[in-house]
Ligand binder design. Sequence first.
Ligand SMILES: Cc1ncc(COP(=O)(O)O)c(C=O)c1O
Length: 473
Amino acid sequence: MDVFEVAYQRAVAYRSSVADQPVKPQLDYQQMRARFAGRLPETGTPDCDVINELADLGEVGLMPITHPRFFGWVMGASSPVSVAADWLASAWGQNAAMHSATPTAAAVEETAAGWLLEILDLPREAAVGFVTGATAGNFAALAAARGALLRRDGWNCEADGLFGAPQVHVFVSDDVHASVLSALRYLGFGERRVVRVDTDNQGRMLARDLARRCAACEGPKLIIAQAGQINTGSFDPFATLADIAQENGAWLHIDAAFGLWARAVPDLRTLTDGIERADSWVVDGHKWLQVPFDSGYAIVRDADALQRSMAISASYLPAREASDRAPSYLVPELSRRARGLPTWAALRSLGRSGVAAMVRQHCALARRIAADLAQVPGILVMNDVVLNQVILRFGHDGDGAERRKVLAAAVMDRVVADGIIFVAGATWRGEWVMRISVISGAIADEDVSIATSAIRAAWRQVSIEATSETAIR
Ligand SMILES: Cc1ncc(COP(=O)(O)O)c(C=O)c1O
C-alpha cells in the first residue's frame, strides 16, 4: 500500500475515534521514552511499515488536543480542513522562502495575509509574517520595533547591533506572557532591564502607572500590551495606552496570541477598541483559528521596518523587486514550510461569519461554565469571564492558600485521571488555580455540562476526603 494511504488511514482512524477516548494520553512520557528507545537502525525498513510502527508506538502517548473537551493551556483543535491543507503543504514539498521557489505558496500566503488583516480589521498596509507561533511572532515584531525606534535616533541597529546604541526603554505589564520576555531576551534587551507596569486584579495594565513610568524615562520607548491575558483573558486599555504611546513617541506592540480574534466578533469587538492604533500585533493561527501547529502571524504596520529587520539576501537568492511581498523578509527563517496554506484553508472554510460564530460560541460556553461552577460552595471563579478563559480556586477563605493549592491539585488530578476533560493549572494572585480555556473548534454545547459535572463531582469527592482527613487528625 502507498505510504500516504497508510498515513491517511491512521490519521482518519485516530481523528474519528478521538472524541470517544479519554482526554489524556494512555502512557506518560517515561513510558513513551521506553517505547521509542532503540539504537540507530543499520538497515532500512519499508515505508508503510515505518508509518504503521510510528502510529502503533505513538498513538498511546498522544495528548488528545483535538478532543472536544480538551481545555488545557490555550490550544486549538487543528480543524480537519486546515490539517488537510497542511498535508498538501508537506506532500507538495514546497519551500515558502520566496516566490520563485513556490509561486503557489507565495500567492496563497499573500491572499491569506490580506484576509487576516481584513477579519482582524488591522491596517491593510501592514506586513504579515507567517511564523511558528506567538513567541516567534513577538520576536519578529519586536525586532522591527527595535530597528525602527533606533533608526529614529540615527542608529542603524541592523548594521551596528546594540553595542553603543541609545538605550531603548521597554515597558511590559506585570502580567506579561513569558514569551514576550523570551523575545526580548533574544533581541538583546534583557529580561531584567524591562520596566514592569502595575496591573489590576484581572491583569490589565494600569495606564496611569505606564504614563508615570514613561515620564521618568528619556529616549526611545517600546510599550508592550496584551489582548487576552493567559489566565484571565483580560484586555489592556488600548485606547489610553495608544494615547500614552503617541505622547511619548513610543512603539506600541500588542501580544494578542488569542485575544485578537475577539475583533472578528461584532459583540466582542469593543474589548479591542484602540488596538488598531498600535504599531505591531501578534496572533496565533494554532489557537483560535484551529490551524494545526505551528502557525502564528507577526503583523507590523510599518512593513519596511519588519523587512529591514528580517531581510535576507545573497547572490544565489533571487533579487527582490520593490513591489514584491518577499516571504523571507517577514520572518526569521529562510527555508520553511508553506504555512499560509492551512491558514488560507481555515479562512476559506469558515469565512468571516464562521470565525465569528465559533469565537462567540466559545466565549458564551466559558461564561456558562463560570456561571455554573460559581454556584458551588468552595469553588471561586477568580476572573471576570470576558473571553474564553475561566480560572477556578478550590477551597474556602479560611483554608489558606497552601491548603487550597493542595485541594485544587487534587481536583485537577482527579478530573484528568477520570479522562472526561483535560485541564491544567497555574498560579494566579498567589493561588493555584484550575485554568479552563474554551477554544476547541470541536466543542459542542453539551460538552460544557459534561465538563461542569466532572468538576463538581471531583470537587465533591476531594472535599469529602479532605473533611474526613481533618476529622481523623
Ligand atoms: C498571550 C500569549 N502570548 C504568547 C503566547 C505564546 O504563543 P506560542 O505558544 O504560540 O508561541 C501565548 C501562548 O499561549 C499567549 O497566550
